[in-house]
Ligand binder design. Structure first.
Ligand code: NAP
Ligand code: MG
Length: 499
C-alpha cells in the first residue's frame, strides 16, 4: 500500500508557520514560504514563512533589547526557574503531539521518535536539569595573592545574545540542548531551525510562549541556511553562536565569527568507531548493535552512530554474519506505523550523496555483504536505502573517512588492541566510540586511549546531565551538565579594595 502521512498531518491540524519575533507571531517581510516535504513518500505536508535578512535583524534587535534592558538576565532565580519548570510540564503534557510532529518533519519512525533519547521527554528532562542550575550558578572568592588589602571575587554572567542553529535529525532534543542552558543562564536568543525540520520547533516555540517567557527573550526565524542562517551568524549584535550540524558549516561559522570575535560552540559530525574484541560479552549483540545503529531509527543519520566497526580477526566472520542477520529485522513503511523500524534519507540531495558513497565503496574495493540498493514498489516514492554492510574496508577508503549519514556500516578487521586504537584514532573526527569487552582493564585502557568525546563500554547513552561533544573536527565545547552553563556564561573578576 502506498505510504501517506497526510491523514496524520490533518489530525495534527498543522497550519502555516510564522516567525516569532519580540513575543509576537508575524509574517515574513518578504512574503516567501517554504513547503515542507516529508521524506517517507515525498509528500508536501506543511508550509512556513521564510525569515528575510530584515526579519533576522528585527529578531536580533529584539533579543538585544531583551538582554540589555531586561528583565530576563536580571530576573531572580526563583522566577526564571518557575518559567522553565512551567515549560517542563508543558513538554510532558504535549509529548505525544511533539513526537508526532517530529515524524512529520523527518519521517523518523514513531517508535524511535517516542523513544526517550529522541523524544519530548528527554527535552523536558534537559530543561528540568538546567532549571536546576539557575540557583546554583555561583562565583568564587579568591584569597589575596600579595599583601594588598584587597578582595577578589568572580561573577558568572550570561554571555549575551545567542544565535542558535540546529539540524533536522533530532529537532526536539537539540532544541532543548541549546535553549535550556541559554535561558537558564539568562541569555536571550534567536533560533534558526533546519528548514527540513521546522514543524516541531514551531510547536516548541508556542509552548515557550505559553510558559510565560518575556517578549524578545526567544525568537524564531525559520528559513534556509545560506540566506536566513547566514544573516543570523553574521549579525554584529550577536555575542555567541551555538551550532549543531555539519563540519563544513561549522568551519564557515568559525571563519565568520572571527570578525566580531564571537563566542562559538560547535557540535559537528562524526565517523565513530566501535572496537569489538574477541572477549566482548556477546559477539552477536555487539554486531547487532553496530548494524542496528546505522539501520534502525534514523537510518544512520545520527552524529554519534558508530559507522566503523573494528573487529578482532578471530571473531570477524561471526561478527559479519550477525551484522548481516540484523538487516532482516529492518522494516520500512509509514513512519506512523509502530511496527516500522527505519526511516528514509532526509531529502533527494542527501540520498544521492549516500548512493555516491556506496558506489565509492564498491569502486575502492570494499566487499559489499548486503544492501547497497533501494527498496522498490511503494517504497520507491520515499528516500529509503536498504541497510548496507561493507566488509574488508581499509581505513583510508572514503567510506571509512567521511561521514555518510546513511545506513552504511564499514567493517574493518584488526589483530590486536594497539592496532584497534590506532585505526579508531586515525580519523579527522572524534565524536563517539564504543568498546566491547569483558576485560575491565582493557575497558579503561582503551577508553583512555580513544580521542573521542564520548566512549560507551558495552553500551551507549545520552543523558541531560552528562557532557556531550567532540574531539578534533567533531566540534568545540560541550553540551549537557555544567559544560553547558560554562558555554553560555562569561567569568568576571571584581576586586574590592578593603582599606
Ligand atoms: P547542516 O547542513 O550543517 O545544517 C545544520 C543547520 O545549519 C541547518 O539549520 C542548516 O539550515 C544551517 N545552515 C546551513 N548553511 C548555513 C549557513 N551558511 N549559515 C548558517 N546556517 C546554515 O547539517 P544537517 O545536514 O542539517 O545535519 C547533519 C549534520 O549534523 C551531520 O554532520 C551530523 O553529524 C551533525 N549533527 C551533530 C550533532 C552533534 O551533537 N554533534 C547532532 C546532530 C547532528 P538548513 O538545513 O535550513 O539549510
Ligand atoms: Mg544540510
Amino acid at each position: 500500500m502506498a505510504i501517506s502521512v497526510l491523514p496524520k498531518r490533518d489530525e495534527l491540524k498543522v497550519v502555516d508557520g510564522r516567525l516569532f519575533i519580540d513575543g509576537k507571531w508575524v509574517d515574513s517581510s518578504g512574503g516567501e514560504m517554504w513547503t515542507h516535504v516529508n521524506p517517507a513518500a515525498n509528500e508536501e505536508v506543511g508550509r512556513f514563512a521564510i525569515a528575510t535578512a530584515g526579519d533576522v535583524d528585527r529578531a536580533v534587535k529584539a533579543a538585544r533589547r531583551a538582554f540589555d534592558e531586561g528583565p530576563w538576565p536580571a530576573m531572580k532565580a526563583r522566577e526564571r526557574k518557575a518559567i522553565l519548570q512551567h515549560l517542563v510540564g508543558l513538554l510532558y503534557q504535549h509529548k505525544d503531539e511533539l513526537n508526532e510532529l517530529q515524524v512529520l518533519d523527518n519521517a523518523l519512525p514513531i517508535s524511535f521518535s517516542s523513544m526517550y533519547q529522541l523524544s519530548a521527554e528527554i527535552a523536558a528532562d534537559v530543561f528540568d536539569h538546567h532549571a536546576g542550575w539557575i540557583d546554583k550558578i555561583t562565583g568564587d572568592t579568591i584569597p589575596p595573592y600579595t599583601g594588598a588589602d584587597i578582595q577578589a571575587l568572580t561573577f558568572r554572567e550570561p554571555v549575551g545574545v545567542v544565535a542558535a542553529i540546529i539540524p533536522w535529525n533530532a529537532p526536539i532534543f537539540l532544541f532543548a540542548q541549546k535553549v535550556a542552558p541559554a535561558l537558564a543562564t539568562g541569555c536571550t536568543m534567536v533560533m534558526k531551525p533546519s528548514e527540513f525540520a521546522t514543524l516541531s520547533v514551531l510547536r516548541l516555540t508556542e509552548l515557550l510562549e505559553e510558559a510565560g517567557l518575556p517578549p524578545g527573550v526567544f525568537n524564531l526565524v525559520p528559513g534556509p541556511g545560506p540566506t536566513t542562517g547566514e544573516a543570523l551568524i553574521t549579525h554584529e549584535l550577536i555575542d555567541k553562536i551555538t551550532f549543531t550540524g555539519s563540519r563544513a558549516v561549522g568551519q564557515h561559522i568559525l571563519e565568520v565569527s572571527g570578525k566580531g570575535i564571537k563566542r562559538v560552540s560547535l557540535e559537528l559530525g562524526g565517523k565513530s568507531a566501535s572496537l569489538n574484541f574477541a572477549d566482548a560479552p556477546s559477539i552477536d549483540m555487539a554486531a547487532m548493535m553496530a548494524m542496528g545503529m546505522v539501520s534502525m531509527g534514523l537510518s544512520g543519520q545520527g552524529c554519534v552512530c558508530q559507522t566503523r566497526a573494528l573487529v578482532e580477526s578471530s571473531i570477524y566472520d561471526d561478527f559479519i554474519n550477525a551484522a548481516q542477520g540484523l538487516t532482516g529485522m529492518v522494516t520500512f513503511g509509514d513512519p506512523f506505523d509502530p511496527e516500522v523500524t527505519s526511516g528514509p534519507i532526509i531529502n533527494p540531495r542527501q540520498l544521492e550523496k549516500v548512493m555516491g558513497y556506496i558506489e565509492s565503496g564498491k569502486e575502492q574495493g570494499a566487499r559489499l555483504v548486503t544492501g547497497g540498493d533501494r527498496p522498490a514498489g511503494d517504497l520507491a516514492a520515499g528516500n529509503f536505502v536498504n541497510p548496507t554492510l561493507f566488509a574488508d574496508v581499509d581505513n583510508q577508503m572514503k567510506i571509512a573517512r567521511e561521514e555518510i549519514f546513511g545506513p552504511v556500516l564499514s567493517a574493518i578487521p584488526f589483530t590486536d588492541e594497539d592496532e584497534a586504537i590506532r585505526i579508531a584514532n586515525d580519523s579527522p573526527y572524534g565524536l563517539g566510540a564504543g568498546v566491547f569487552t569483558t576485560d575491565i582493564k582493557r575497558a579503561f585502557r582503551v577508553s583512555k586511549a580513544l580521542r573521542a568525546g564520548t566512549v560507551g563500554v558495552n553500551d551507549y547513552s545520552i543523558m541531560p546531565n552528562t557532557p556531550f561533544g567532540g574531539y578534533k573536527q567533531s566540534g568545540l565545547g560541550r553540551e549537557g551538565g555544567f559544560g553547558s552553563i560554562e558555554a553560555f556564561t562569561e567569568l568576571k573578576t571584581v576586586f574590592i579594595g578593603l582599606s
